[in-house]
Write a protein that binds this ligand. Structure first.
Ligand SMILES: Nc1ncnc2c1ncn2[C@@H]1O[C@H](COP(=O)(O)OP(=O)(O)OP(=O)(O)O)[C@@H](O)[C@H]1O
Ligand SMILES: [Mg+2]
Length: 404
């Protein structure tokens, strides 16, 4: 069982959207999931069309005339995951708990009574660093910090990480943190520059998955549904599905790393020499390939993905850029978005990537160290609305570009 808080004191950076859609994506991956709405704004509850007169307030508060157990307030969402709803009264807990002894451990006491029923418990935190957020961090194994590239504040994330370190030291509780880029707008060049800054600063703490800006995520919240139920094939649905898969892969890797330690503890003093165990290498493949190779939402989706995969032509994109640190290709084939699937790899100054594309006509550009460039080796081009040049390719049964 893993408890993950989704926290950032900065408002509107995608905490609730991540909490709802990660809960549903993990649930669709057959995991038992509980989402705890810890925000008095109750956006997670409202975003799932759940209005409740009862909330964590009735479980935690000593002032309520209607004291309840956590089991009594849990509700089911789309038969996929459970939720502990919130309401405006949850906000009053900040004050009520202020002078209580053991105030940082309230959530821990409550969660331990139900934790064995779930594989994942996700906590949607309020946009503040008050006592509720500290309770959430204290009970968590991991904190996901969503950050929005366009209004990104390094200072804010540093502050939250300081709090996490404080909890680690003062409350003697080990908690990992990871940073998730949300609302990535690939139409803005600024986003790509910010992405490089993120990668340099957070390195392995950054999820490979990037959540792109996608109107379906907004619309689904308005309609009270996780995006996977509102529009399963939307970009937002795929992004959160990919995030869930990345999380499951991380957990698998962690378990594999821990396993030999346990064996060592029980091994004979002088074990017979053995061949090195074959560890399964977990490689995060480009998003589109990941969608074809990983466990799908349903059989129907599996069939659709398999059918679609047959229609792809592996297309090579290449550019000479000696000394460059990063090169991407983006275009109309992926809605001008950016993920690791469109990152080029370098050999002796030449960068290349193979991308499966359906037959069709596409516009594209390279992004070399954050600078957008047309393909110098392709004479088919057109001027775009930014005043620079898009390269053009036509992919068909006999593609114009080299096939793998
Ligand atoms: N990837 C996305 N694409 C488009 N809209 C998004 C995306 N992620 C979130 N939004 C929208 O942005 C707004 C803020 O998102 P959200 O409520 O998830 O942020 P939050 O961090 O939980 O906010 P708060 O700090 O107020 O709790 C919402 O209207 C949501 O629908
Ligand atoms: Mg929120």
């Amino acid at each position: 069982m893993k408890i993950i808080s989704i926290a950032n004191q900065k408002g509107g950076c995608g905490k609730t959207t991540t909490a709802i859609n990660l809960a549903s994506a993990l649930g669709l991956n057959k995991k038992k999931v509980l989402l705890i709405d810890l925000d008095a704004q109750a956006h997670a509850s409202l975003g799932l069309d759940i209005e409740s007169q009862d909330s964590l307030y009735n479980v935690i508060s000593n002032l309520t005339p209607r004291k309840l157990k956590i089991e009594n307030i849990i509700k089911r969402v789309e038969d996929t995951f459970d939720i502990v709803p919130s309401n405006i009264l949850v906000g009053t807990l900040e004050q009520e708990l202020a002078d209580e002894i053991g105030r940082e451990l309230k959530l821990l006491e409550i969660i331990k009574t139900i934790s064995d029923q779930y594989d994942y418990i996700l906590i949607d935190c309020p946009p503040s660093l008050g006592i509720l957020t500290i309770n959430a961090i204290r009970v968590s194994d991991e904190v996901i910090i969503p950050v929005e590239t366009s209004r990104f504040s390094l200072q804010g994330v540093d502050h939250l990480m300081d709090i996490i370190t404080l909890v680690r030291e003062r409350l003697d509780h080990e908690v990992k943190c990871r940073v998730l880029i949300t609302m990535f707008d690939s139409r803005l060049r600024h986003s790509f520059a910010m992405l490089e800054t993120f990668k340099e600063k957070f390195e392995t703490l950054l999820f490979d998955t990037i959540v792109h800006i996608n109107v379906k995520l907004k619309e689904s919240a308005v309609c009270g549904q996780p995006v996977a139920f509102f529009d399963k094939y939307s970009r937002g649905s795929k992004d959160y599905y990919t995030l869930a898969k990345e999380l499951l892969l991380i957990e698998k890797q962690e378990k594999e790393e821990e396993a030999p330690k346990e064996e060592e503890a029980y091994s004979e003093p002088e074990p017979a020499p053995q061949e090195a165990p074959q560890t399964e290498e977990i490689v995060l493949e480009p998003t589109r390939e990941k969608m074809t190779s990983l466990e799908p939402f349903s059989e129907k989706m599996q069939e659709t993905v398999a059918r679609e995969a047959q229609e792809f032509f592996t297309t090579r994109f290449a550019i000479d850029a000696p000394g460059a640190k990063s090169v991407y290709v983006t275009g109309s084939f992926n809605d001008w978005s950016l993920d690791d699937g469109c990152r080029l790899k370098e050999t002796d100054g030449q960068w290349e990537v193979y991308i499966p594309l359906k037959a069709g006509f596409y516009k594209y550009q390279f992004i070399v160290d954050g600078v957008w460039k047309e393909d110098p080796n392709n004479s088919r081009r057109e001027r775009n609305s930014f005043g620079d040049i898009n390269s053009l390719i036509e992919v068909n049964a006999e593609p114009a570009l080299e096939e793998k």
